[in-house]
Write a protein that binds this ligand. Structure first.
Ligand SMILES: Nc1ncnc2c1ncn2[C@@H]1O[C@H](COP(=O)(O)OP(=O)(O)OP(=O)(O)O)[C@@H](O)[C@H]1O
Length: 259
């Protein structure tokens, strides 16, 4: 049985104009796997993430997570269950309170979701920082004094603090320099292996998405247009959009080919 199953999810935004952001979207994520969700800007990826994270409600459709009817959970049951499904967004600075310290941000997650006694927090925070390759003595530092890459590591530490089974990463590497992106990708792969995490890895750049995904779903204008094992989607794309995304992946030319 899949860890996360999304079935026929639809959502229309009623802003200045009506936007049908999701149309009968279905996908699943198994325990311990990464599903990459890729598509151009505005295709509905973040809208889908917000439904899965229970930050917004769909007009129609169902979500099951960890054996539960995810959209039916309320109040204390929902707060407790949220520890199992965590998130990392694109902009770490916006994800934290502007004056938060590293330990403050992590303690908040432990307080909300872990049920861990306060006396155990400092040790757990040091462990979490070590797990994301940050020095534990960063704990008292204000987050604003850390680099973007370090802040994103803290965001990942906060996501794993509650012992989740699934982490939704929405453009989580998009704001980072290429060199740092590679190191954070490697960290995510290691954490997945060590902790048995599943990821829903959302991005617009197939080159990044394919580096981490076991399976890939391609989204276009609110619909999933292709899903399959990453190797198959890349080698034998079925949808036009997939072919265009593959063509946009930069390739390394041998030095002799340079103009
Ligand atoms: N709260 C909202 N009110 C009105 N329209 C919205 C709202 N949120 C998203 N939209 C619209 O819904 C569509 C899907 O947006 P969404 O942010 O989900 O796409 P996305 O694929 O995540 O794009 P991006 O990568 O640019 O964030 C877009 O046309 C967007 O303008």
């Amino acid at each position: 049985m899949s860890l996360l199953t999304v079935t026929d999810l639809s959502k229309t935004h009623h802003g200045a104009r009506r936007v049908r952001a999701l149309e009968d979207v279905s996908l699943s994520v198994d325990a311990g796997e990464t599903l990459g969700l890729v598509g151009p800007s505005g295709c509905g990826k973040s809208t889908l993430a917000r439904m899965i994270l229970r930050l917004d409600r769909p007009d129609a459709g169902a979500i099951r997570f960890d054996g539960q009817d995810w959209l039916a959970l309320r109040g204390r049951d929902l707060r407790r269950a949220r520890g199992g499904l965590q998130m990392v967004f694109q902009d770490p600075a916006a994800a934290f309170h502007p004056r938060a310290t590293v330990q403050g941000a992590l303690a908040e997650a432990l307080r909300l979701h872990s049920g861990m006694p306060r006396a155990a927090w400092a040790t757990r925070i040091a462990d979490l920082l070590t797990q994301v390759d940050l020095a534990p003595d960063l704990a008292p530092r204000p987050l604003s004094t850390l680099s973007g890459g370090q802040q994103q590591r803290v965001a990942i530490a906060r996501a794993i603090a509650t012992g989740p089974r699934l982490v939704v990463l929405d453009e989580a590497l998009s704001a980072l320099d290429t060199s740092i992106r590679g190191r954070i990708l490697a960290l995510l792969v290691r954490l997945q292996r060590d902790l048995g995490l599943a990821y829903l890895f959302i991005g617009h750049d197939l080159a990044v998405v394919r580096a981490i995904s076991h399976r890939i779903a391609v989204m276009d204008a609110g619909r999933i247009v292709e899903t399959g094992p990453a190797t198959k989607v890349l080698a034998h794309p079925q949808a036009d959009l997939t072919r265009r995304l593959i063509a946009a992946i930069p390739t390394l030319s041998p030095p002799g080919d340079l103009p």
